[in-house]
Write a protein of this length. Structure first.
Lengths: 305, 441
């Protein structure tokens, strides 16, 4: 699995780190700055190297992946490879892509909305048992997903939902960490007087939440969305126990079925590498596009708080 | 067949069930197999979990058998998640009808009562259509628990060109193998006769199997572990010697470095299973025409002892509602000549069915092996595999001990001979942890 998981998580660090250096210092930089830049450069190389290897390997044939220098091209044939990845076994890879986008996209979106609502309510409404609710949500942060997968499977099996899209989607829309983050953020950024003013102006609670709170909380929401998106994207164990129809698999699970069949069909080495390469692209794009909101948003929050 | 003592007793497993429950482990399948009445005109649906690409054979079945439809679902292979899924589904009482189960994992499934007793449904009359030892892999307490599908009989792949260049004889015995290894080290320009794969417990087990060692057996309700036996020690000592004199490369097999060694000729031969042919062909296409295959070297000159690495069965999981149809399909899948040809194409291994090599896709000469009818070697190998070898019901954990020990030895720490005693002890612990009665031989 390392081939598929490490590169996906990698792009975040170098991209943000490259921009944290303030522009054009005129004086000779102090040694501390040089050390900082140097260590960040090392970290960048460290994180990008596997991705670089993946890009190079995606252009090779199976025997060249083993038989040539891993860090340079050898008779590249990227398009041919990608064509084969996409068409193998009745275009099954395209199903996996669509499924993954569904699980991660829809799942993360719903999870963000739920987390926002719960976090906002926990921060701004006073009701009996509020702290108890919050503490049990916090406890949820500590429970690893893997430990929950099996009990969830038995539960879903009872209601006949295993091997359906719901089996992966429903557990994915719950994000205790998101609730936690949204509560903290709502507490510090959504002003009580603003809510009072809105109520005085006659806005209903729904309107306040959707029209006002959601907008103010948007930096936190982007964070929750990204975390949840990446979390679902990389979640292996839940779909593994829940799904058995390979047309419903997400990319991670699908690629594993390819990877583990390599001792029967050697071409699958190439297809697995090619599939991993393709699967990195959407995550990299999501990070690049969203990180702008993410970073500015978090700093705004910190200044206000 | 000689009269044997009761090979394995599942009384042990049954007695252990309460203990398992107390440990919070799976105590068994939540639902038992029962035949649902067949209604006229209603199609029977069978679900089949496997990681072997059997699509074409299944499509052929579905075309030729309109009243029983098989839905093939590809799951990750055994230890990468497939078995976990199967165990979860057994526990939940909604298993697929059919599942791929490797020979060395059958006892583990029996321990949770996960496999339908096929003998109850009259499969024993089909026995003659299968290779003896493969059929026997599924027999426990005289009852067949899984339809044999395919195996990995061992042979000896070697680079004809390198052996000739180094003036090395193709070995008929392991002694000659060592002589050839010395020559190849001396004259091969960095080549070694083969690799020692610390990651493959099955590979190492196959040599003990060939030597005549029997790691696991039972007496009454007691399991007997005999890994640290005279015969196994002889095998371990042989490989210790090769490693000590640097006649073999310590290197994980079926991974990038290993494939590169196959491409570059650093690895001049490979005592490996039949299914390795596709790996050499696919991963080292540049060596086409240079490989040949012969019988696995023998411990005594003139013997024809063989062994096996890998192999699996088609099991009817406990809880199926259509065992009769599932058996009918499993038997067809693994014995029908057309199906076998499609399975061979998918790289499923060596057939469990007795086949006529001349009629089969396996009988063709292969230019990769210099036009040799190389599968004749494997057919003979498969028919010479000893029928009495059995696996432990703790294989998944216990193999890790073997790998750990082999890894230490390959890194230059200690010897395999010394490690066997340690492995033996850990096997015993694993049995006891499952609440099974066990002792050393």
């Amino acid at each position: 699995m390392s081939a598929t998981t490490t590169p996906e998580a990698a792009p975040a660090a170098p991209v943000t780190s490259a921009r944290t250096t303030p522009p054009g210092p005129r004086r000779v930089p102090p040694p501390g700055r040089i050390l900082l830049v140097a260590s960040l450069a090392v970290a960048t190389v460290y994180f990008l190297l596997p991705v670089y290897w993946l890009v190079i390997a995606a252009t090779k044939s199976t025997d060249k992946i083993y038989g040539s220098n891993g860090f340079w091209f050898d008779s590249p044939r990227l398009l041919e490879n990608i064509g084969k990845v996409l068409s193998y076994d009745g275009h099954v890879y395209l199903y996996w892509v669509a499924n993954t986008l569904l699980y991660a996209g829809v799942g993360a979106l719903l999870a963000t909305l739920l987390a926002a609502a719960a976090g906002f309510a926990l921060a701004k409404y006073r009701f009996r048992g509020r702290e108890a609710v919050f503490k049990s949500v916090l406890a949820g942060v500590l429970l690893p997903h893997t430990a929950l997968a099996l009990p969830l499977y038995l539960l879903f099996n009872k209601v006949g939902l295993t091997n359906t899209y719901w089996a992966v989607l429903i557990p994915s829309v719950v994000s205790p960490f998101g609730v936690y983050l949204c509560r903290i953020f709502a507490e510090s950024s959504v002003d009580d007087t603003l809510l009072e003013a809105a109520r005085v102006d006659g806005a209903r609670e729904g309107r306040i939440f959707f029209g006002l709170a959601l907008r103010i909380m948007s930096p936190a929401l982007v964070t929750v969305f990204l975390f949840q998106f990446v979390g679902i994207w990389n979640n292996y164990f839940l779909p593994l126990v829940m799904l058995s129809d390979d047309r419903m698999y997400p990319i991670t699970l699908g690629l594993t079925t390819w990877q583990t069949s390599q001792d029967r069909i050697p071409e699958l080495v190439q297809y697995t590498v090619g599939g991993a390469f393709l699967s990195v692209i959407p995550l990299a794009v999501a990070m690049l596009v969203l990180q702008r909101y993410w970073r500015t948003g978090l700093t705004e929050g910190s200044v206000k708080g | 067949m000689p009269v044997r003592r009761k090979v394995l007793s599942w009384g042990a497993a049954a007695a252990a069930t309460p203990l398992l429950a107390a440990c919070g482990e799976s105590a068994g399948a939540a639902r038992l197999t029962k035949q649902a009445p067949r209604r006229d005109g209603k199609k029977v649906e069978l679900v089949f979990w496997t990681w072997v690409p059997l699509q074409k054979s299944v499509a052929l079945w579905n075309k030729t058998h309109p009243d029983v439809h098989v839905e093939l679902q590809i799951v990750p292979n055994g230890l990468n998640g497939g078995y976990q899924k199967m165990h979860s589904s057994l526990k939940a009482g909604s298993p697929p009808d059919l599942a791929q189960v490797e020979y060395h994992t059958i006892p583990e499934f029996l321990l949770v009562n996960g496999l339908t007793n096929l003998s109850k449904y009259g499969v024993d009359k089909l026995k003659d259509q299968y290779v003896d030892w493969q059929w026997n892999q599924g027999v426990f307490d005289g009852q067949l628990r899984a339809m044999p599908q395919a195996s990995g009989p061992m042979g000896f792949y070697y680079r004809k060109d390198i052996f000739e260049r180094c003036g090395a004889e193709v070995p008929g015995t392991w002694d000659e193998f060592r002589q050839a290894a010395i020559k190849i080290k001396k004259r091969g320009g960095g080549s070694r006769i083969t690799t020692f794969a610390p990651n493959s417990a099955l590979w190492f087990a196959s040599f003990s199997w060939q030597r005549g060692a029997r790691w696991i057996r039972t007496e009454g309700d007691t399991w007997i572990v005999d890994i640290d036996s005279e015969l196994s020690r002889e095998v371990a000592d042989f490989w210790d010697g090769l490693l000590r004199d640097e006649l073999v490369l310590p290197m994980a097999d079926l991974q990038s470095g290993w494939y590169r060694a196959a491409q570059t000729g650093r690895m001049a031969s490979w005592p490996g299973p039949h299914w390795g042919d596709a790996l050499l062909r696919g991963n080292a296409p540049g060596t086409k025409g240079k490989w040949r295959v012969t019988t696995l070297p023998q411990w005594e000159k003139g013997d024809n002892a063989s062994a096996n690495q890998g192999g699996s069965a088609t099991a009817v999981l406990q809880g199926s509602r259509h065992p009769a149809e599932a058996i009918e399909f499993a038997h067809w899948l693994n014995t029908d000549a057309k199906s076998i040809d499609l399975l061979v194409e998918a790289g499923y291994g060596w057939p469990a069915a007795r086949i006529d090599l001349g009629e089969s896709a396996l009988g063709k000469p292969d230019p990769f092996f210099g036009g040799q009818h190389y599968n004749e070697v494997f057919q003979e190998s498969d028919s010479n595999v000893d029928t009495s070898w059995k696996w432990a019901p703790t294989t998944s954990q216990s193999f890790e001990h073997i790998k750990d020990a082999m890894g230490r030895v390959a890194a230059g720490n200690g010897t395999l001979v010394d490690a066997l005693g340690d492995i033996q002890g850990r096997f015993l612990d694993d049995f006891r942890a499952k609440g099974l009665k066990v002792r050393s031989a």
